[in-house]
Design a protein around this ligand. Sequence first.
Ligand code: MRU
Length: 346
Amino acid sequence: MNEIRPIQWDDGILKLIDQTRLPAEQVIVEINDYRGAVAAIRDMQVRGAPAIGVTAAYAVVMAATELDVEDRQTFMSELREAGSEINAARPTAVNLQWAVRRMLEVAEGQQEFAGVKQALLAEARLVQEEDEEINRRMGSNGQDLMPDGGAVLTHCNTGALATSAFGTALGVIRAGWESGRRFKVFNTETRPFLQGARLTSWEFQQLGIPATLIVDSAAGIMMQRGQITCVITGADRIAANGDTANKIGTYSLAVLARENGIPFYVAAPTSTVDLSLASGDEIEIEERSGLEVTHFQGTPTAPVGVEAVNPAFDVTPQKYISAIITESAVARPPYLESLKLAVESA
Ligand code: MRU
């Protein structure tokens, strides 16, 4: 099987698998300026916290390339401005701001101004390469949690498409499967954008892992009937106390899992942990257009003129989370200590 790599840098051009078109069509969008990258993140042609981070890193490279200034101070101030624009593309996934900050630090720390653009490109490549390596480490750290003979439920898309390769929660499922464990996989549709139906189902097919699609609201009855052994999701931002923002519907799954005595796991790189936030109350939740709820790919699915609200994420309080799988450790409650340790040892 060829590994899915949704982001490619090809001689100054950023090539993305257009995730709005899958699974019907496999189309590559070519982006050659940073504002194009901002639009691709905002319009979710590329999505998933780590993939957004990698794209943001290349966006900073493009912004630097577009700057035609000789003076270092002016260069830095214009690059910082572009960085703020990139940061604003989507608010919840902290990997976006994390990547932009990392890139700006490289630009600031570069001794020879003449080499700054090259240094930025090298750093963006590193962000991308490290992400795959981190995901694979997360996979081996979490694979023992996958239930041989049981059934795993996952939400949204956390696979290769959401990262540079391999995936986070889906990567743990994959690592469990590749280690020889055999279990059923269920994945939700993930209304309204259908990351689960469109992207996760497609990825499991590519991987040859049998997976069964359910509507989001079927999770309760499946758990009640004993058809689910554990739940695993990704994360967009994790506060210092372990409260976790992830795709809308995650909170409901976690509460249902607790009610039914089922472990609920989160898999995320330490770059998703935001130790500057004490709790999930401080996490900004992206509100997307109501049109995503009333329409699917331009076709109305609700009466014309109906009002809709569309929070794209929710926060799962840490008390519902059995473990947080990172690349450095499997953190367990109390998260205030274990997450800090995981971040420090990464
Ligand atoms: O709105 P999206 O599709 O970017 O949301 C993605 C998720 O919520 C994922 O679960 C999260 O980013 C973890 S991805 C590895």
